[in-house]
Design a protein around this ligand. Structure first.
Ligand code: PGA
Length: 249
């Protein structure tokens, strides 16, 4: 995957009709790039129109926002990794803070989802990040390391398969409060060091994205921080023009 990696997490926005319009408008002004990757994480119902739009474009990837760890069965409302792969997705978000803190997803469940993703041929983008009170108690490092280790615990080490990590401090998501480039670099350094234990010399190739109130004004500075290989963007990925200025930062 070419770096930098720009990932649009649409959350529960852009249904099928809006997704078609967004992709038409974005692609018309975003010619093929060979020095970066853009990933779209639409809601599951909008996977088909986004797939149709990115089909001819190796620089644009399709992902899903969540999967269940089981392959199939009586799990009303859920989708499996193999279904997401069948629908054209190649990446999946695992452990986004809204999944963890709104829907009560545990570290252990995140680990099972990472394994399910890998088995189905989906690249997991494991999200980690501390809450404000954890940061204030000086627990940032221990929280992100616990989440990283639990998330990767089911993979065999040394790991060489495709993997993405996203650091998203919970206090910076959708709040307008962004971590400074120095804050991001400090946590990314810790994550990179831990990845070395897990993936050996290939750790340097695992992209670590920063997310949390990224916008067109702060994208370049965050991207320039050490060990920041890309950006995971929510609110500012919903307008094609804003998204264009971030992805061409
Ligand atoms: P935000 O969301 O850019 O709106 O803060 C980021 C995310 O939750 O992935």
């Amino acid at each position: 995957m070419l770096r930098p990696v720009f990932a649009a997490n649409w959350k529960m926005n852009n249904g099928p009709t809006a997704a078609v319009e967004f992709m038409r408008s974005f692609i018309s002004v975003y010619p093929k790039q060979n020095d970066r990757t853009v990933i779209f994480f639409p809601p599951a119902l909008s996977v088909a129109p986004v797939r149709a739009a990115v089909r001819e474009r190796a620089d644009l990837l399709l992902g899903v926002q969540n999967i269940h760890w089981e392959a199939q069965g009586a799990f009303t409302g859920e989708i499996s990794a193999s279904m997401a792969r069948d629908a054209g997705a190649t990446v999946v978000l695992v452990g986004h803070s809204e999944r963890r803190h709104v829907f009560g997803e545990t570290d252990e469940e995140c680990g099972k989802k990472v394994v399910a993703a890998e088995k189905a041929g989906l690249t997991p983008m494991l999200c980690v990040g501390e809450k404000l009170e954890e940061r204030e108690r000086g627990e940032t490092e221990s929280v992100v390391l616990r989440q990283l280790r639990a998330g990767l615990s089911g993979l065999s080490a040394p790991h060489s398969g495709p993997l993405l990590i996203a650091y998203e401090p919970v206090w910076a998501i959708g709040t307008g409060k962004t971590a400074t480039p120095a804050d991001a670099a400090a946590v990314h350094r810790v994550l990179r060091a831990e990845l070395s234990a897990f993936a050996g010399e290939k750790a340097g190739r695992v992209p670590i994205l920063y997310g949390g109130s990224v916008n067109q004004g702060n994208a370049s500075a965050l991207l320039a921080a050490e060990n920041v290989d890309g950006l995971l963007v929510g609110g500012a990925s919903l307008d094609p023009n804003t998204w264009l200025s971030i992805t061409t930062a």
